[in-house]
Design a protein around this ligand. Structure first.
Ligand SMILES: Cc1cc2nc3c(=O)[nH]c(=O)nc-3n(C[C@H](O)[C@H](O)[C@H](O)COP(=O)(O)OP(=O)(O)OC[C@H]3O[C@@H](n4cnc5c(N)ncnc54)[C@H](O)[C@@H]3O)c2cc1C
Length: 502
């Protein structure tokens, strides 16, 4: 294992993630095996320095940003190690944590992979697998360069979680490198804190629901309890057809009413995503990101992306026609939409959706050239069904008060990402306070301060708001039992000692 000593600006890219938070570190290791991971941990223990785990660094909460010590980067552990089929005929792939979602998708699409070092039994199953049709791995955090280890550690979800749920549901086993012998079912005290209302997406803090799977606690633990060294993922036969539509509306009320109606339909959409007027205006500005799509009409203020998939075209057709009727009822029409029923077209629509956070990041980079203390202000608040209107009222009030507020994302799950773009550091500080007010409103409604991105290093104050002293003490005790020296991912989720203001 080569331990690289970091000096000067060299390797600076490994000091930040997509939150634009920047850290520092003395050493960097690109692990290629579990033995390298073990060596890296021992190196840190000997020197009493901390270790920060990195997947692809696409996280937006500073989770993989180092807090000194050593960076353990796993992007070179990206192999598929084997395949299994269960009695029900489902297929499972055993993967290394650094495998990127885009790489996995390419392998599933081409069904080509070098399996020369697999066992003879696995080679036979692989042959059956590639003869039995196409498969998908449903979780889709839209950023396809995300690694499987990072997705598991944040319990990532994204647009398609409306139908398929978060990454947790698609993990059938995990292998971890642990620093203590404690197991999930032996934890003391047993967690006793109030969780968000049922049905609310929640990636805030440790997974405290009842679980019979001994690896569930590691999912969403943001690398604070153990290092994920292998994942077994469950695959789903690829639905034969997928149709996608971006429907444009003249205002937020109409667009949101359309979504509410669509959610009542019996045929469940696989994605239901929202763009507010500021998101569309930003895309107009960054048109080069999606120049394969037609221009947007000036009266298109808000938009909704929805997608239906399945094996029977008639059912999808019926659902899309019904959605068309609902769009008309909400004041839109067939001429105010983009439609795709083939893979390339669907990808274009998805690129349009993905361009929103990309455009926000591009704006942020311009702002940061003036003051690099400014990091991303992006909420991840999820609320119970029926409470989104209340949150939207708060966002619009802030806009009237002069803030540049961009709301977009997973409206199907009552989970929008609301970004505030600011021009200077004083405004950034005030915007952080505004987010705290929004978070309080979401918590009061039974919601979560993080639906999918996690807490990382930049949202600990929100976690404290959500779970209070008792909850944070419970998390601290769990961390202490798994990582007695607080080596792993220091600063994520909770600090070792209570921090004033956290
Ligand atoms: C433009 C954009 C859009 C996005 N949209 C979404 C979205 O819709 N939904 C969503 O859920 N996310 C979204 N994300 C966030 C991000 O892609 C996900 O959080 C992703 O899961 C992070 O994966 P990663 O490999 O980049 O992890 P990293 O950023 O490298 O790490 C994330 C966390 O996981 C830990 N970690 C990584 N690997 C391991 C491991 N093997 N063992 C233990 N801990 C580990 C890290 O220490 C860190 O705490 C978006 C990001 C961007 C940039």
């Amino acid at each position: 294992m080569e331990i690289i000593k970091i000096s000067g600006n060299e390797l600076a890219e490994y000091l930040h993630d997509e939150s634009r938070l920047s850290g520092n570190a003395e050493y960097l290791v690109f692990a290629k095996s579990e033995a390298d991971i073990q060596d890296a941990v021992e190196f840190c223990l000997r020197r009493d320095i901390c270790l920060t785990i990195q997947g692809s660094r696409t996280g937006i909460t500073g989770g993989s940003v180092p807090a000194g010590g050593l960076i353990l980067n796993l992007e070179r552990m990206n192999k598929i190690l084997g395949i299994r089929r269960d009695e029900a005929g489902s297929y499972f792939l055993r993967c290394e944590p650094g495998l990127k979602l885009a790489e996995l998708r390419e392998i599933l699409f081409s069904r080509q992979y070098d399996i020369s070092d697999w066992t003879a039994a696995a080679k036979i199953i692989w042959q059956e697998f590639i003869n039995s049709g196409k498969y998908i791995f449903p979780p889709d955090p839209t950023e396809t360069s995300a690694s499987l280890g990072g997705m598991a550690s944040c319990n990532a979800s994204g647009a398609r979680s409306y139908k398929y749920g978060a990454t947790r549901l698609w993990l059938s086993n995990l292998k971890t490198y642990n620093l203590s012998a404690i197991k999930q079912d032996k934890l003391v005290p047993k967690p006793d804190i109030t969780l968000p209302s049922k049905g609310v997406k929640n990636a805030a803090g440790y997974y405290l629901s009842e679980s019979s799977r001994d690896f569930d606690l590691y999912i969403g633990a943001e690398g604070t309890l153990a290092i994920i060294t292998e994942l077994e993922i469950k695959l789903l036969p690829k639905p034969a057809h997928c149709w996608g539509v971006i429907q444009f509306f003249a205002g937020e009320t109409a667009a949101v009413a359309f979504c509410e109606e669509l959610k009542q339909q019996s045929y469940t959409a696989s994605a239901l995503e929202y763009f507010d007027h500021n998101a569309l205006n930003l895309l107009r500005k960054y048109r080069q990101m999606w120049d394969t799509l037609p221009e947007m009409a000036s009266n298109w203020k808000n938009a909704v992306y929805y997608e239906y998939e399945g094996d029977e075209t008639e059912l999808i057709e019926e659902a899309v026609f019904k959605a068309g009727d609902l769009a008309e009822k909400a004041g839109s029409s067939e001429s105010n939409c983009w439609f795709a029923d083939a893979e390339a077209g669907i990808q274009q629509l998805k690129n349009f959706r993905h361009a929103v956070p990309e455009a926000i990041n591009a704006e942020l980079d311009v702002i940061r050239q003036k003051d690099d203390r400014i990091s991303k202000i992006s909420t991840d608040l999820a609320v119970p069904a029926g409470y989104l209107h209340k949150m939207l009222r708060l966002y619009r009030q802030a806009e009237q008060d002069g803030w540049q507020v961009i709301a977009f994302g997973h409206i199907g799950n009552d989970h929008l990402h609301t970004n505030i773009l600011v021009s200077d550091y004083q405004k950034w500080l005030s915007a952080k306070k505004l987010v705290i007010e929004w978070a309080k409103a979401a918590i009061a409604a039974g919601g979560s301060v993080s639906g999918e991105h996690g807490i990382g290093k930049i949202k600990r104050d929100l976690l404290q708001l959500m779970y209070g002293e008792k909850g944070i003490a419970c998390f601290r005790s769990i961390k202490q039992q798994f990582d007695p020296d607080w080596i792993l991912n220091r600063g994520n989720i909770i600090e070792r000692e209570p921090v004033p203001g956290d």
